[in-house]
Design a protein around this ligand. Structure first.
Ligand code: ATP
Ligand code: MG
Length: 425
């Protein structure tokens, strides 16, 4: 036998039972971004590598070790996108969407990172990305956060998630703080794990979100970024907090929250759950006022978030928030040579008369018992049963599968359609 070829490690198939869940989830996401007035943008999955190294930062985990980078046939370095913000900014600049304009945008699709696959962490995963450009006030930060909250509220999981909030201040404030932090860390190199030791030199703020317990303990005594924020940064943060409070949103302050990518300033936030083990961050975002300029545009304030859809679906499944989905409303079945010649036509008449309903035509013959079993498995609401004798008189039998007590009736196709319509619309 020929050996089978398996999928790439960390890249998942979504089977019909999964896609039924994903479609429910995606519908809620689309409904919410639409309700907030955001427009969809679609970017390619592959971009030129320097876009990501420049946007995300050379010394971040994503660029240092997680990118899928390859040379194309002309020898140009390309990468599968590890996140969407860089490509979104690139597209906006390329098509001049940011000149003197505000933009509220969203996108949804696969992202790629070469990480160690585990529950909630994959090499191909999906994000909903939301980005707002051209607005610098804390009001748009609040809007972005409230949009993410609206999604969680609609799923009934808002109480399962902790909104963590921090301010990274300005670049200048971070530089002063960075020097203080390095000074502190260098006095305690013996306590640091290898990764953190390396980061003291390359990206010291990332030491703050080290998972190492000894490092975490050490950090209790480290200088705090919040003590280095200037008046402007502080005012921005305070206003954001009161806007969230006015909206009745609970949050906790986490002064170690720095986020993995280099481009953030001022507001950063994450939605975290304890229900998924180590991979507890379902959504993360913040303000990135320097990025548009970094990528060659005019200075443009910007704020956004990325929501991890695998983690969201996992959480919703764990909390049993996703309903199992019926696969069709009407199941058409029949027996006998003459019937089978008519069956597909009748199914098509049903589809035409009942738009929006799924009408599945039984194929492959077999006993009525077997056909009814199939209809039950798909959770069909009605069976339209075609027998030789009825068909001769232009009649069909309609059975209400969810209410056995209603029994079955024999009627014209038009009457059957009316009955189905009256009970499904
Ligand atoms: P983590 O700290 O878990 O590695 P991150 O900070 O690298 O996350 P972001 O770059 O902020 O993640 O991406 C936003 C969201 O995308 C995350 O909060 C998470 O829900 C999801 N995500 C990131 N990486 C992965 C992955 N490898 N597999 C599945 N989901 C992911
Ligand atoms: Mg990561």
């Amino acid at each position: 036998m020929t050996a089978q070829i398996q999928a790439v490690r960390g890249m998942n198939d979504l089977l019909p039972e999964d896609t039924a869940k994903w479609q429910q989830v995606e519908a809620v996401l689309r409904q919410n971004v639409r309700a907030f007035g955001y427009s969809e943008i679609r970017m390619p999955i592959v971009e030129k590598t320097p876009l990501f190294s420049r946007a995300i930062g050379e010394v971040t985990d994503v660029v240092e070790k997680e990118m899928y980078t390859f040379l194309d046939r002309q020898g140009e370095s390309l990468s599968l996108r590890p996140e969407g913000t860089a490509g979104c900014v690139r597209a906006c600049l390329e098509h001049n969407l940011l000149y003197n304009q505000e933009q509220r945008l969203w996108y949804m699709g696969p992202m790629f990172r070469h990480e160690r696959p585990q529950k909630g962490r994959y090499r191909q995963f999906h994000q909903l990305g939301v980005e707002a450009f051209g607005l610098n006030g804390p009001d748009i930060d609040a809007e972005i956060i409230l949009l993410s909250a609206a999604i969680f509220r609609q799923f009934g999981i808002l109480d399962e998630l902790d909104l963590q909030l921090n301010s990274l201040g300005t670049k200048e404030e971070r530089l002063v703080y960075r020097a203080k932090l390095v000074e502190f860390l260098e006095q305690h190199l013996d306590v640091l794990d290898e990764d953190s030791k390396r980061r003291v030199k390359t990206n010291p703020l990332r030491v703050l979100d080290s998972k190492d317990e000894r490092v975490q303990e050490l950090l209790l005594d480290a200088p705090k970024l919040s003590d280095y924020l200037g008046e402007g940064s502080r005012a921005h943060f305070d206003t954001l907090r009161s806007l969230l409070e006015d909206a009745g949103l609970k949050y906790s302050l986490n002064d170690r929250l720095v986020r993995g990518l280099d481009y953030y300033n001022l507001t950063v936030f994450e939605w975290v759950t304890t229900a998924l083990g180590a991979q507890g961050t379902v959504c993360g975002g913040g303000r990135y006022d320097g990025l548009v300029e970094e990528l060659g545009g005019d200075a443009t304030p910007a704020v956004g978030f990325g929501m991890g859809l695998e983690r969201l679906v996992l959480l919703l499944s764990t909390l049993e928030k996703l309903k199992s989905q019926r696969q069709c409303e009407v199941y058409v079945m029949g027996q006998g040579e003459q019937v089978i010649r008519q069956q597909a036509k009748i199914a098509m008449q049903l589809r035409d008369a009942l738009p929006g309903l799924r009408v599945l035509n039984h194929c492959g013959g077999g006993s009525f018992k077997r056909q009814f079993k199939r209809a039950d498995k798909l959770q069909a609401l009605f069976a339209v049963v075609l027998g030789e004798d009825e068909l001769k008189q232009n009649l069909v039998t309609l059975k209400d599968l969810q209410h056995a007590e209603n029994g079955q009736i024999t009627c014209t196709l038009a009457e059957a359609i009316e009955k189905i319509r009256s009970q499904t619309c």
